[in-house]
Ligand binder design. Structure first.
Ligand code: SF4
Length: 385
């Protein structure tokens, strides 16, 4: 393993950054709110995707105060399609705290920032170093990869000991140069040069001192602990449409995609290969019966029960899509009840009809947005599998 205190590497890195950095919208500002927003959006998300979301979000909520004053539903709507919606919820809650506690001024100390929802060590380091030029490391997966190669670290980069080691080396580098530049330089090197598969070492300002390069191990490093396989889930959703539009339900307040809107759905915690058409149709029938529970319908309950009990071909498959989250994979099947064309006049929470030509009031997970746009409205649309 090489000497960890190479400050000349830090200076070379900053010089390289000043010459090669991309012109990104969040690099044209020192506003801590804008930098916080960009760093939150960039987690798990590609730069190209984030740019337009970032600009739209700032247009709609140009300050912490504006964000704090917004309804959560509006914030989620602006986030629609970015995924990892807890980021948006936390940002919103944190903005309200910043207004309540600090009069709308984003705190510039580690302790206060740590108390804000969603602000972990990485975001805290990014905001403090980029916006306030403080020597606080921001270590994410990109930085871990670069430093694991540079230092020749053989242990899995997810391990706390490796994170501590990288944190300490980056802290040393930050103390020797301009923190805002160094933090962004490391991120940029990870994004443009020290990329995951084929690092472009010949373009790298750290090449002379890089352990992985010197020892021909750029393909072996970093070492990663084995990821757990994703859980597969079959999702059975209903297409209940009448003159008012298509029925949507709001997801629960906690957990995956909390409070987003979707087609009424039930989850079968099984891989696709273990499910069959009959099982899925039965699940659709049960969901329909649940939707038409006696307390909120007049007559609807009996109709739904009749559908639910009418055998395995009471529904037509009208849509199918797949969505991969970090730990779970959904295979979504959308079924339309063949014998129901009208639904109860009064709907309880969390159900609401949505017009397909105006889905703006509803923040939708991407997979349901795709389904709602791809399934044609109207009665004669049934496609058998
Ligand atoms: Fe990464 Fe290659 Fe640079 Fe080493 S020399 S830091 S492996 S790009």
């Amino acid at each position: 393993m090489r000497d960890e205190n190479s400050c000349s590497a830090a200076h070379r890195l900053v010089t390289w950054y000043e010459q090669h950095r991309r012109d990104l919208p969040w690099r044209r500002t020192r506003d801590p709110y804008a930098i916080w927003l960009s760093e939150t959006m960039l987690q798990q998300t590609r730069v190209e995707t984030v740019i337009s979301y970032y600009q739209e979000f700032l247009r709609r909520f140009p300050s912490v105060g504006a964000l704090a004053a917004a309804e959560e539903a509006d914030v989620l709507k602006m986030w629609q399609g970015l995924g990892y919606y807890s980021r948006a919820r936390n940002l919103h809650r944190a903005a309200r705290l910043v207004v309540a506690r600090y009069g709308g001024r984003i705190p510039d100390d580690e302790e206060s920032l740590s108390e804000l929802p969603g602000v972990g060590p990485y975001t805290r380091g990014a905001v403090l170093s980029i916006a306030f030029d403080q020597p606080v490391p921001a270590v994410d997966g990109n930085v871990l990869r670069v430093m694991a190669r540079f230092l020749g670290i053989d242990d899995p980069i997810q391990s706390p000991a490796v994170k501590r080691q990288v944190h300490s080396v980056v802290a040393g580098w930050l103390a020797e140069t301009r923190p805002s530049q160094l933090t962004q330089a490391l991120m940029e090197l990870g994004a443009l040069v020290c990329v995951p598969r084929q690092p472009r070492c010949t373009d790298c300002p750290l090449q002379d001192e890089c352990t992985a390069f010197r020892t021909h191990r750029t393909q072996e490093l970093p070492v990663r602990a084995k990821a757990r396989p994703r859980r597969e889930v079959v999702v059975v959703a209903l297409w209940c449409e009448d003159a008012r539009g298509v029925l949507l339900e709001q997801r629960p307040g906690r957990g995956l995609l909390a409070r987003l809107w979707q087609l009424p759905a039930t989850e079968l915690p099984m891989p696709l290969a273990a499910s069959d058409e009959e099982t899925r149709q039965r699940a659709a029938g049960q969901k329909l019966a649940e939707l038409f529970a006696a307390e909120w319908t007049e007559g609807g309950g009996a109709a739904a029960t009749a559908v639910a009990e009418s055998g395995p071909r009471a529904f037509a498959l009208v849509g199918r899509d797949r969505h991969v989250f970090s730990h779970v994979e959904w295979e979504v099947f959308v079924y339309r009840p063949l014998s129901l064309t009208a639904y109860p006049a009064r709907l309880p929470e969390p159900y609401r009809f949505a017009r397909l030509d105006d889905l703006r009031p509803f923040a939708l997970p991407r997979v349901y947005e795709r389904l709602l746009r791809s399934i044609p409205a109207g009665r004669n649309l049934c496609r058998e599998e």
